[in-house]
Design a protein around this ligand. Structure first.
Ligand code: BDR
Ligand code: CA
Length: 304
């Protein structure tokens, strides 16, 4: 698995989840929840806490067309809530995430790409080498929604932040699994999970508990759900434990023009549209099992 991310509270928990459940071979960063300096710093910090000795490459500092947007109001000014970010003992391997993604696709058998931020790096990689999908086992992304958005009435953050990039990926990225809000809003982690993490007392579980503190408080203010959707971790588990998810194949296009719908993933659910379907839209999830896997991952000893 190669994760392209913009940590981000839930990206950080996704990295910790992948560190335990996946064979994570690299991380690339992108501008998104906060600026690229912060997302890259945060990816390095999380990898350090998780004792992940893998390449980390910095990527795009701005979307293809949009001015950079952020979600610092959700993730905090640094992107990691109120977590005290440790001093870094290492730096990035390069500032060229796109070349790294293309190189890894050439050299790693069955590489699965898991973008959990705006899709800028992936679109640039597809533009540089349109044959990229033929060398991947798949792309599973957190983004979009069949019904309703979270930034606007119709758009989810990762697609909304760089709709032109998302349009390229959905059109040219080959078979894609879309882990959108339809699924991630069903997987809520709350105070009980946070307490379990804190009680485990490991470096990763304490980090995850601090991240969850901020996420749960924020989600309670916005939704009043009593828990926070840790969106990006669900995308990781959708790759490592696909049996926990259900969905159907549909054609999906990204709206880039609409005044009310820019950044919307338009899912064509008409029965006769399925012949052109290239996107598996996940809708059902065994939320308890996914949560158990996430909590189990972050409470395992780092490096395990
Ligand atoms: C997505 O947007 C970001 O704020 C999160 O990290 C997640 O990737 C959810 O819409
Ligand atoms: Ca993210």
């Amino acid at each position: 698995m190669l994760i392209d991310c913009d940590p981000g509270l839930d990206d950080a928990i996704a990295l910790l989840t992948a560190a335990h459940h996946a064979n994570l071979v690299g991380i690339t960063t992108v501008n998104g929840n906060v600026g690229i300096d912060h997302t890259t710093h945060n990816a390095l910090a999380v990898a350090q806490v998780a004792q992940l000795d893998i390449p980390i490459h910095r990527g795009a500092e701005r979307p293809l067309v949009n001015a950079p947007m952020d979600a610092a109001h959700v993730h905090g000014p640094t992107g990691l809530g109120s977590v005290e970010i440790p001093d870094l003992v290492r730096t990035v391997d390069s500032h060229d995430a796109v070349t790294f993604i293309l190189d890894m696709a050439r050299t790693v058998d069955d590489l699965h790409l898991v973008p959990i931020g705006p899709l800028t790096n992936i679109a640039l990689a597809l533009q540089a080498d349109p044959t990229l999908p033929s060398r991947l086992s798949g792309i599973t992304l957190m983004g979009g929604a069949a019904v309703g958005g979270n930034v606007t009435a119709t758009a989810e953050f990762n697609v909304w932040a760089d709709p032109e990039a998302a349009a390229i990926v959905f059109r040219h990225g080959g078979p894609i699994t879309m882990v959108g809000l339809d699924v991630t809003h069903q997987v809520l982690l709350g105070a009980d999970h946070r307490d379990t993490m804190r009680a485990a007392g490991t470096a990763t579980s304490l980090l995850a508990a601090d991240l969850l503190d901020y996420a749960v408080e924020g989600a309670d203010k916005i939704h009043g759900w009593g828990g926070a959707p840790i969106h990006d971790a669900s995308a990781v588990v959708a790759v490592t434990h696909p049996e926990l998810f259900g969905g159907e194949w549909h054609p999906v296009e990204v709206e880039i023009d609409g005044a009310l719908t820019r950044g919307m993933t338009v899912v064509d659910s008409r029965p006769d549209a399925s012949d052109e379907a290239t996107v598996k839209v996940l809708r059902n999830v065994d939320a308890d099992a996914v949560i158990e896997l996430i909590v189990g991952a972050v409470t395992s000893p780092p490096g395990d």
